[in-house]
Design a binder for this molecule. Structure first.
Ligand SMILES: [Zn+2]
Length: 64
């Protein structure tokens, strides 16, 4: 059985490394705060929609 290495992604808000695990409940953000900040950016204007993803979340779209 292959033991998959933990995938590390960068928090879109603060660029901090976030392990892509079940314990990272706010992924791709490092924390609730960063997620809220990002949502704040969204409501700040519509021009934010340009989908710049820092990672290629292949088939790992698990529950948010
Ligand atoms: Zn962050």
């Amino acid at each position: 059985m292959a033991h998959e290495p933990t995938k590390i992604i960068a928090c879109p808000t603060c660029k901090k490394s976030v392990p892509w695990t079940e314990e990272s409940k706010f992924r791709p953000f490092c924390s609730k705060r960063c997620r809220l900040l990002d949502l704040g950016a969204w409501t700040d204007g519509d021009r934010y929609i340009s989908g710049d993803r820092d990672f290629d979340g292949s088939n790992e779209e698990e529950e948010r």
